[in-house]
Design a protein around this ligand. Structure first.
Ligand SMILES: *Cc1c(COP(=O)(O)O)cnc(C)c1O
Length: 387
């Protein structure tokens, strides 16, 4: 056993600002629930930060994705193209909208959706009908939307991707759940397509405990998102609802946490980037360790710092039994029972390789210099024992 007494956690919330004050304000005034000023303030702050015109808060990122897909036109029996390696919520949201995922393998270096495979698939296996819909040739069903996931907060070549989405007539919904604070050529994740979604779950860069925000520049879409996430009520007085809405709103007390966390976000992004820089410097050349490839156009929020090594299974075991928490990558969607029969576009199944070799290491915004040094030291010790 190593000497460090304290557990070094993976990625935990950091409540270092006005959280207590704003939550107390909700409690003191009684505005804890569906009305109150923090919801609007939080939505505005997230939209402003991302450089989007509108933000609509909801109960979590998954619910936000569900609504974003519906509002982008996804209907039962449609397909939605999505990254094969992602957190399961991306694929689940597609199912909630009644559609079926088409899974695209990851690029081996960036771990993002492989754009080469995507283009080849669109070119050879799909066709445009006279209504301007993109169909899968095999069964004639419509591919309504493409939903890239900015894996770990990294972003792929957006210019090529958006050109492709346009060429093939596919609206873009971005799963930017992990990417708040990441930019491509200075533009925020979540704002490249029609609509994007951020998550404020406990492990994300900032958190409301649970929460999500839908961002868009489309006023009509933003209004519809607000309407449908708040039970589709048409009048503040009478209980008239004009469609089957959802109770997906974020409550004021959680939005209060969100406002306090948004105040901290710029510092947290800097801290995450410093953590990333530290690991990239101190783990470079250690055994076979590699890092996620980031293009020059991308400023990466380093949401969940992840290393790649063929010794991953043993190193995971070593670190977790030596008080340094670390976790494997998510299991790719094609390996889960609900999605194993989905169309999976791949040549070399890079996702399987990523699953076997990648692992996240501690990177909370509250991590100390001492803890960072412990993590590096334990990784080196572990690898020495393993190899
Ligand atoms: C966290 C996450 C979500 C879901 O967000 P919740 O707020 O937990 O519902 C969706 N997609 C990805 C890629 C995520 O990492």
């Amino acid at each position: 056993m190593s000497k460090n007494e304290r557990l070094v956690l993976l990625s935990v919330p950091n409540l270092a600002g006005n959280e207590w004050k704003y939550v107390k304000d909700c409690l003191d005034t009684g505005w804890i629930s569906s009305a109150g000023s923090y919801v609007n303030k939080f939505e505005q702050m997230v939209a402003d930060y991302a450089g989007a015109k509108y933000g609509v808060a909801c109960v979590n990122g998954t619910a936000g994705l569900h609504i974003a897909l519906m509002l982008a036109g996804v209907k039962p029996n449609d397909y939605v193209i999505v990254s094969n390696i992602t957190f399961v919520a991306s694929a689940n949201a597609i199912k909630y909208a009644g559609a079926e995922p088409i899974l695209i393998d990851a690029h081996p270096k960036t771990w993002q959706m492989d754009l080469g495979l995507l283009e080849e698939f669109l070119e050879t296996q799909t066709v445009l009908n006279d209504k301007g819909e993109r169909l899968l040739k095999k069964d004639g069903r419509c591919i309504r939307v493409i939903m890239p996931v900015h894996i770990q907060g990294n972003i792929f070549d957006v210019d090529s991707f958006m050109a492709m989405a346009e060429k093939y007539n596919l609206p873009v919904v971005e799963d930017a759940a992990e990417a708040l604070g990441s930019t491509y050529k200075g533009q925020s994740a979540g704002t490249f397509g029609k609509v994007g979604v951020f998550s404020f779950n406990g492990n994300k860069i900032i958190s409301t405990g649970g929460g999500g925000v839908i961002v868009t520049n489309d006023e009509a879409l933003a209004k519809r998102a607000k309407h449908i996430t708040t039970t589709a009520k048409t009048d503040p007085m009478t209980y008239h609802h004009d469609e089957v809405g959802y109770n997906y709103r974020l409550v004021n007390i959680l939005a209060a946490l969100g406002v306090a966390q948004m105040e901290l976000l710029p510092d947290f992004v800097k801290k995450k980037q410093a953590i990333g820089d530290y690991y990239r410097e101190h783990l470079a050349g250690v055994a076979d360790i590699e890092f996620q490839e980031i293009s020059e156009e991308v400023s990466h929020n380093n949401w969940l710092f992840t290393i790649k090594t063929k010794y991953q299974p043993q190193l995971l075991e070593y670190l977790n039994s030596n008080k340094v928490l670390s976790r494997p990558f998510w299991m790719p969607m094609n390996m889960l029972p609900m999605y194993k029969d989905c169309l999976y576009i791949t040549k070399d199944d890079n996702c399987a390789e990523i699953l076997k070799t990648c692992m996240a290491i501690p990177c909370s915004t509250s991590i100390t210099e001492e803890e960072l040094a412990i993590v590096v030291q334990e990784i080196k010790k572990g690898l020495n024992q393993i190899i």
